[in-house]
Design a protein around this ligand. Structure first.
Ligand code: PGA
Length: 251
């Protein structure tokens, strides 16, 4: 039985003040049976960590460098994040891939560094609308995952989390239908199972892309959907907690 997970991706939002209040509000309502994670902007990590100490809410980050340290201006390493109590790192988010040049190979290297540091990678995959319309959804997702297997071997996702986020659904208000999402999630599990069955059976696969309090339950009700990666709806505690409750209802 997989414990559902809901992770809030705060993206480039908030101030020291608003980030800590949001964390405080989320932590004030424990949601039993769900792993709840928040991923603030990296400069807010220390203060959010302080707020979350002793609560059930876990801390994550939005990216991490493939290297431990050295001449990598602007990057943050997994070990540095771990020092603040970060347990999760989002890798390969579509905004990183489309706006900042993170490609399949560098995402695989980042994933490897996160896992090697003892943190959990939330590895994002997903197709553009063009890919979907051309019938290439599974091929795109497979290539994103295969790059990680190529670098990390058959156990690449042992203990990791995968997030399926169709690019056309992120921040658009258009969500994948539960059937569309389940189809890709089942495919991802099979793809991972072809490398390692045990990893696939326990692998949490989150859906992301315009999830909100209104559509979460229907999405999370599917066999291979183990929770969500939430953007916009993670910025208001009431909305985010409602999504967490929807995941708890499936637990
Ligand atoms: P959204 O973002 O919920 O605002 O669509 C999801 C994400 O980018 O992880």
């Amino acid at each position: 039985m997989r414990t559902p997970m809901v992770a809030g991706n705060w993206k480039l939002n908030g101030s020291r003040e608003s980030a800590t209040s949001l964390a405080r509000e989320v932590a004030a309502t424990p949601v039993a049976g769900v792993d709840v994670v928040v991923c603030p902007v990296s400069v807010h990590t220390a203060e959010v960590a302080e707020v979350l100490e002793g609560t059930d809410v876990k801390l994550g980050a939005q990216n991490a460098c493939a290297h431990e340290g050295g001449a990598y201006t602007g990057e943050v390493s997994s070990t540095m994040l771990a020092e603040f109590g970060c347990e999760y790192v989002i890798i390969g988010h579509s905004e990183r891939r489309s706006l900042f040049g993170d490609d399949n190979e560098s995402c695989a290297a980042r994933h490897q560094a996160v896992m090697a540091a003892g943190l959990t990678s939330i590895f994002c995959v997903g197709e553009t609308l063009e890919d979907r319309e051309a019938g290439n959804t599974m091929a795109v997702v497979d290539a994103q995952l295969q790059a990680v297997f190529d670098v990390c071997g058959t156990q690449a996702f042992d203990g990791a989390v995968i997030a399926y986020e169709p690019v056309w659904a992120i921040g658009t208000g258009v969500t994948a239908s539960p059937e569309q999402a389940q189809e890709v999630h089942a495919h991802i599990r099979e793809f991972v199972a072809a490398q390692d069955q045990q990893t696939a059976a326990k692998l949490r696969i989150l859906y992301g892309g315009s999830v909100n309090a209104g559509n979460a339950q229907e999405l999370f009700g599917n066999t291979d959907i183990d929770g969500g990666l939430i953007g916009g709806a993670a910025l208001k505690s009431a909305d985010f907690l409602a999504v967490c409750q929807a995941a708890a209802a499936q637990a």
